[in-house]
Design a protein around this ligand. Structure first.
Ligand code: MSP
Length: 514
């Protein structure tokens, strides 16, 4: 296969149970990975857990467990989540794995050898929650700009000469306007770099839960240097026997939340420049979810468990909601009413009814067989089919810009067109007057459903598989290369009586009785 695509989610701190924010980032990667695979790319989709540092060490201590045992347990929760939410990651990396320690130490040595790291001492603020250093000028009312508590740190430390990379970074942003998305966030990064970069402390001596610095075992590496390196570990950087690096590096996309853009768009490219390693093609920062208008936090007790959500509304329904409701890149609010509106409106009414109406008419009136492709089409047939076939290019463009909500909106416009076409053509009336035309109309609709459902597979894999099964589309005919008239549906027996795939949300009994 000639085309490759490497995309990564952040690796998650194992200080806590996975919540909706973690699920969201990985979900966005999952739909993109699935989209690219269906579009003929060899995809590598990486996710995993970030297991070192003070924050994790502290959580382990709070749980009265040795850090390794603690991280083994919590990391497993994240691994389980990938199965529970039907994520299709190709690898799951843990920063405590030997393969990762080897890469970190290899990189450290390269940076030392090339003179990018020097020994000095750090004196300043550190926020354990963010695992980040803050300058005095950034501290507001004794807190980090993120609201995290800070502590004063004074210790020997190795420094990375970040200050030497400001101009190179600015030149890179300038020459690669798509390197950081969305644009508003890109501008924030540019102004931060323009304001001047200080050298970065990249080792700690006051605790030991980290990758040991080669030849100076009093130090462990700063957790962000360790964590960012995971993207190289997973493609076998520095390991001649591993062919992945040649195929997949540079990464096509690092997907991150807005809070960790600085690490990915400033520190990481600077480290890579220092290593003479090509930079990733793009870093995209999405927004944050609130719950019924409130910031999500453990202390407020309003953390959303994605597995619970999938149980209540359905997994594909949740996946659809998260990507459709909020323009990707913006902050968004989760609310029960918004979720049920999407579930009942877009899914049960628009898409669900279209499929169920059309497929049951075929089952009842066409001897349970998808009709043959018509010999001639009316203008209305041609117009609807053309709009469906045009969707692939439109979706490619939106997916490449991570505008998942726009891709879905565009697909729903065709679903609305198809519903209007059903009403206008009234195939139920044609049954008595012109059975041949009825069969043609139903074929056009089945073909439009085929195209739409093939395109929706990345977002709702399970439901789309069921629909394609009902339409008798073979498993090996579900890739995007089939989205052309040359691959259109041909007469085929339907395997089973069509059943509705998208249920409406049923209110709990007590709510109904209110
Ligand atoms: N370990 C670092 C990432 C290292 S990547 C080399 C980290 N981990 S995290 O577990 O704290 O967060 C991971 C991701 O979850 C971030 O992208 C963050 O933006 C996302 N979210 C956490 N809470 C969120 C919401 N409430 N809403 C949306 N996403 C949020 O940072």
């Amino acid at each position: 296969m000639s085309k490759s695509y490497y995309l990564t989610s952040p690796i998650y701190y194992v200080n806590d149970k996975p919540h909706i924010g973690h699920a969201y980032t990985t979900l966005a990667c999952d739909v993109l990975a699935r989209f690219k695979r269906l579009d003929g790319y060899a995809v590598k989709f990486l996710t995993g857990t970030d297991e070192h540092g003070q924050k994790v060490e502290k959580s382990a201590a709070d749980n009265n467990m040795p850090p390794q045992k603690f991280t083994d347990e919590v990391s497993q929760n994240f691994r389980d989540l990938t199965a529970q939410l039907n994520f299709s990651n190709d690898d799951f990396i843990r920063t405590t794995e030997p393969r990762h320690k080897t890469t970190c130490q290899h990189i450290w040595q390269q940076l030392i050898d090339a003179g990018h790291i020097y020994l000095d001492s750090y004196k300043g603020w550190y926020a354990v929650r963010d695992e980040a250093y803050y300058a005095e000028s950034e501290i507001i009312d004794g807190k980090a700009p993120s609201g995290a508590s800070v502590e004063w740190v004074e210790e020997p430390s190795y420094f990375f000469r970040l200050s030497a990379f400001g101009d190179k970074l600015l030149a890179h942003y300038e020459q690669n306007p798509n390197f950081i998305g969305p644009t508003s966030r890109r501008n924030e990064v540019v102004s931060f770099v323009k304001s001047g970069l200080h050298d970065l402390s990249v080792s700690r001596t006051s605790f030991s839960w980290g990758v040991p610095v080669p030849n100076d075992e009093n130090h462990v590496m700063y957790v962000w240097l360790d964590a960012l390196t995971n993207y190289l570990t997973a493609v076998g950087y520095g390991d001649d026997k591993n062919a992945d690096y040649a195929q997949f590096w540079p990464a096509d996309l690092h997907m991150v939340g807005k809070d960790i853009l600085r690490f990915h768009a400033i520190y990481w490219p600077a480290f890579l420049m220092a290593l003479n390693v090509p930079l990733p093609k793009r870093v995209y920062a999405h927004g944050w979810w609130t719950n019924e208008g409130q910031k999500i936090s453990k202390s407020l007790g309003n953390v959303i468990d994605p597995v619970e959500l999938a149980k209540i509304y359905g997994l594909d329904q949740m996946r659809y909601f998260l990507l459709r409701e909020v323009p990707f890149g913006n902050d968004g609010d989760f609310s029960h009413s918004a979720m049920t509106q999407r579930m009942n409106g877009d899914l049960a009414n628009d898409l669900g009814n279209l499929c169920q109406r059309v497929l049951s008419m075929v089952w009842k009136n066409c001897t349970e067989t998808i009709p043959p492709k018509p010999d001639t089409f009316t203008k209305a047939d041609e117009a609807l089919l053309a709009r469906a076939y045009a969707l692939l290019d439109a979706c490619r463009k939106e997916y490449d810009a991570q505008q998942f909500h726009t891709a879905l909106k565009t697909i729903w416009e065709v679903i609305a067109d198809a519903n209007r076409y059903v009403d206008e053509m009234a195939p139920w009336a044609l049954r008595k007057t012109d059975a041949e035309r009825m069969a043609d109309v139903l074929w056009v609709l089945c073909e439009v459903i085929r195209v739409v459902v093939i395109l929706l597979q990345p977002v709702m894999p399970q439901s789309c598989a069921k629909l394609l099964e009902q339409l008798a589309v073979a498993e090996d005919a579900r890739g995007f290369d089939n989205l052309t008239p040359a691959h259109a549906l041909t007469a085929a027996k339907m395997p089973t009586k069509p059943e509705p795939i998208f249920p409406r949300y049923i209110q709990e009994e007590e709510e109904q009785n209110d």
